[in-house]
Design a protein around this ligand. Structure first.
Ligand SMILES: Nc1ncnc2c1ncn2[C@@H]1O[C@H](COP(=O)(O)OP(=O)(O)OP(=O)(O)O)[C@@H](O)[C@H]1O
Ligand SMILES: [Mg+2]
Length: 197
């Protein structure tokens, strides 16, 4: 299974999602994380190889892909229509992370218009959801009206998610009282994917 994490805007949680989803899938079967962003954020996160899965750059992916049952692709923001088509052709699922904010949703909906032409299977994940947010209800309603597929699970906004990359670990291995909450959310996303595919 190949899952690509895609988003038109920067900073929506693509790399955080790619890392934690790979971390979850690796608990089931061997999983490869492919970093296809020139910023190499996922590779930098795993620079000390403390993450429980192998991470490679896109240029090296050909050598490794055949050896892994699952792979997760972290991608760069602002894919061109051609790049979107390539990702759609290569992936079993495109996962689209978005914070539940107006401008982020606007960019997401525009990208989905392009995505629909690719016939890709895609699903939206709400990330960086603040506590007691009414924005999330509005965001769900907006996307429901457009009949767009969404994960039931939401990823909470937690400081531990911001700290984990510097420590080079998954949130579950970052000592913080809310780390468990963040990890449970990504585990639930992983379960939703496995149930679906
Ligand atoms: N659930 C969360 N709670 C709090 N902070 C988060 C959460 N998810 C991501 N972040 C933080 O938001 C910033 C952007 O996240 P991330 O790097 O995952 O986004 P991205 O979409 O990959 O960005 P880019 O387009 O630059 O590659 C980072 O500082 C990250 O630590
Ligand atoms: Mg990124």
């Amino acid at each position: 299974m190949i899952i690509s994490i895609v988003g038109y805007k920067g900073g929506v949680g693509k790399t955080t999602t790619a890392i934690h989803l790979a971390g979850y899938l690796q608990t089931k079967v061997p999983t490869l994380l492919v970093d296809s962003d020139k910023n190499r954020s996922a590779l930098v996160w795993n620079r000390e190889e403390k993450l429980p899965f192998k991470t490679v750059a896109i240029a090296a992916a050909g050598k490794w892909l055949g050896q892994y049952q699952n792979s997760v692709f972290d991608t760069a923001a602002r894919p061109s229509p051609d790049e979107l088509q390539d990702l759609a052709d290569a992936s079993d699922l495109l996962l689209l992370p978005t914070p539940p904010k107006g401008l982020d949703l606007d960019a997401l909906i525009k990208m989905i218009d392009l995505l629909k032409e690719t016939k890709a299977k895609f699903k939206i994940l709400f990330t960086q959801v603040p506590p007691r947010s009414s924005a999330i209800k509005d965001a769900r309603r907006t996307l429901e009206e457009l009949k767009l597929p969404m994960f039931k699970t939401e990823i909470p906004k937690l400081v531990a998610f911001e700290k984990a990359p510097l420590a080079g670990v998954l949130i579950k291995d970052y000592p913080n009282r809310y780390s468990d909450r963040g990890w449970k959310a990504y585990q639930a996303v992983g379960r939703e994917i496995l149930k679906d595919i």
